[in-house]
Each structure stands twice: as C-alpha cells, then as structure tokens.
Design a protein around this ligand. Sequence first.
Ligand code: ZN
Length: 293
Amino acid sequence: MRVAAIEGGGTKFLAAVGNSNTITGRYTRIATTTPKETFSLLLDYLRTQYKNEPFSAIGIGSFGPLGVDPHSGNYGVIGPTTKPHWSQVSYPEALGEFQVPLAITTDVNAAALAEATSGAGRGCKRVIYVTVGTGIGGGFVVNGQLSHGQFHPEMGHMRVTIHPDDPMPDGFCHFHGNCLEGLACGPAIEKRWRGHLGTLDENHLGVKLQAYYLAQMCVNLLLTMTPDAIILGGGVMQTPSLLPKIRRELQKLMNHYLPQHSSDAAVNALIKAPTYAPSAGLIGAALLAEGLR
Ligand code: ZN
C-alpha cells in the first residue's frame, strides 16, 4: 500500500511516500516556519509524488496540542500553541485537495506506535513511549492501537516529588511550575546547569536529579497503566549514563513492591531505549495511514 507520511515537528517537517517498511529510505525535510510557507513546500512535494504514482492515504504525526478524536470537530486541528501563527491550523483543510483519507495524531503518539509495532516494544501488548526533549510527552499503545480519549495523554505534566538538593525546585513549566516537564525537560536542565545534560560528568548532581525525576515518572506509569515496556527517547535520553541510572532508581523507589519487576533483568527489559530515533514519527504516521484500509 502506497501512503504519504508526514511528521510535523516544531523545527522541521519530514514527509515521505511509500510504505511503513520503506518510508525512512528517502524523505524530504522542510523547515517549520509559517504555516503558509511550510505547507506550500509540503504540498509541492506531495503533488509531485501523487502525479508520479498516487498514494491512497496520508498519515500525520504532528506537534500539538492537537485534536486526535476523529469524531470531534477539531480533529487534526492544532490547539493553542506558543508557536506563532500555528494555533488553529487544520491538517484536513491543508491537505484536502488530495481527497484521500487522513489519519492524524501527535508526533509522540506516532513514534509510540512505531516503537510498539516493530521497534523496541515489539511483542509487548502494552507499550508506553516517552520523549524527553524540549518538552516531555508520551504515547500509550495497547494491542497495536493508540490509546487515548478526546485528548492525547499529557504524561509530561504529572507531579513528582522534588529532590531536596534540587537548586531549581520551582521548575520551568509555564502552567504548573514544577511538574515533571518543568523540572526535567531540556530547557529546564539548561536553565539549571547552563548546559546540556550530556556535557555534565556522569556523577554530577544534574544526572542524578534527572534519573530521580524520570524514575518517578516510570514508577507512576508502571503502577497506573501496567505497561510491558516503557521506552524512553528524545534528546535528553542520549546522555549515555542516564538510562541505567533511571533503572536503578526505579528499583529503589519500587522497593520490591512488584516482584516480577524487581530483578535487574526484568527492569532492563521494562525500561528501554528506542529503536527508531529519530525517524519513529514518520514510520508511525505511515502505519496509521496503512491502518485506514
Ligand atoms: Zn506542566
């Protein structure tokens, strides 16, 4: 099945035509500027592809907030965002000329679907994917389907216990101050330590705090949603010592409460690195489009 896939990010749009196995082989990259300029370039690309050989559906994984309920009037419409000119931009309106079905979700959800289907969560029934970067966001996939209601999960804004040694306990979130994202997103780390996490020594307090906060998130997700895998991606997670530290901190916080998640091997299988970064969103968008059959 030949489909078009779009990953709409805050800094760049990626688009490709093919199927979910081949889609990352060749894609076009467009800078995210104004909606008019970005969509003009995107449509040029898609029109050329369509003329060459038509595609039968379009899958979209976009930055949000975004309407993700197909039965709602705001499906595929970007909600209030601090990104100038992008609030109320409608994907169905922008892509209507192709007259093919659209499957629209967030970029994080699309990445979650890709990782759950054929990436690090392959073979697991319940998979959570979290990206830790400019913000913190997560998607939840159950039996191969994205799970959400009228709005997509907002895992990044959960509350966590503040570490007593945190020099910036008030956090950074515009809405909540010291929610998880306010404490542990990339800009919060940079504000607190004046540099990326990757530049700090692995024994630096900054890495310890990061593991402490993200382990609390994993504990909360594990206890509420009973996932088989929690996949942690995004720029901040590229700090090599972070993933093992999160696993050990999770064991400490859980304190053998769930025996099946107590051993090192079990925790290593539960808390994982992604397979597809950075193209997971594009693969997920293709999978969504293919699912419209
Ligand atoms: Zn928040």
